[in-house]
Design a protein around this ligand. Sequence first.
Ligand SMILES: Nc1ncnc2c1ncn2[C@@H]1O[C@H](COP(=O)(O)OP(=O)(O)OP(=O)(O)O)[C@@H](O)[C@H]1O
Length: 262
Amino acid sequence: MLGARSRNKPPGAPIGVDPSRTAVRLTRVTKRYGRGPDAAAALDDVSTSIAAGGFTAVMGPSGSGKSTFLHCAAGLDRPTSGTVQLGGQVLGELDEKRLTRFRRTRVGFVFQAFNLLPSLTVEQNITLPLRLAGAGTDHDSVHGVTAAVGLTGLLDRRPSQLSGGQQQRVAIARALITRPEVIFADEPTGALDPDTADGILTLLRRAVTDLHQTVVMVTHDPVAAQRTDQVLFLAEGRLVRRVESPSAAEVTSVMTELRRSR
Ligand SMILES: Nc1ncnc2c1ncn2[C@@H]1O[C@H](COP(=O)(O)OP(=O)(O)OP(=O)(O)O)[C@@H](O)[C@H]1O
């Protein structure tokens, strides 16, 4: 494992490697949109491993490839070249049907816009991944998850009857219910006021520390990044830095440097 708190890297060399407990591994992943020589590489030869049981932030200037990284790592999109391994499974070996099933059962998602189904109750939203996978809904685990995210007493409500923070708690409960290999969160606090955002970050932190989940979160916010164990920085589709135990000041300083060097 690389010991430095932050360092530059040659292209293609791995960043953040902990081979003993790897949740996600990207090997020389490139993602191009469009065809031909002018096709832009949203991700350019990215290699990294993300250790299981940690909270990782992915940051970088606008257009640096953060969402593309998350989508490729989570099996929502396929790389143009290179391989993604998630929980020991090489995603490229799965056809669409098996990949969909893999995502439902082994991956959790939390999005900025919550993405709850408005016609379903809180409880039905939370248990949806289990029902889609054809698994039973065990009352104790539903109760455990809803208590853990602070939703007890709200299970019969519809999303429209909840605050933004409560809706994001439902999304986190829905991500936790299958005990996935990794929870991918794309700007989970982007639509929330600072106090509510703080509660959501506390919840994600507890999912890692208390429930031993692995969380990978795209964020623009140095205060949010400060709650994580490490930050991976992207610039122009390349993974250029890693900072462990980040402070908001350090993250801000790296972001300023990356924006200046564009
Ligand atoms: N579907 C697409 N078709 C063509 N180009 C795309 C597509 N999706 C992303 N891109 C391009 O790939 C690059 C990386 O985009 P991406 O959304 O991953 O960046 P980002 O770091 O998440 O940006 P932001 O912080 O603004 O959300 C950008 O130049 C973007 O324009």
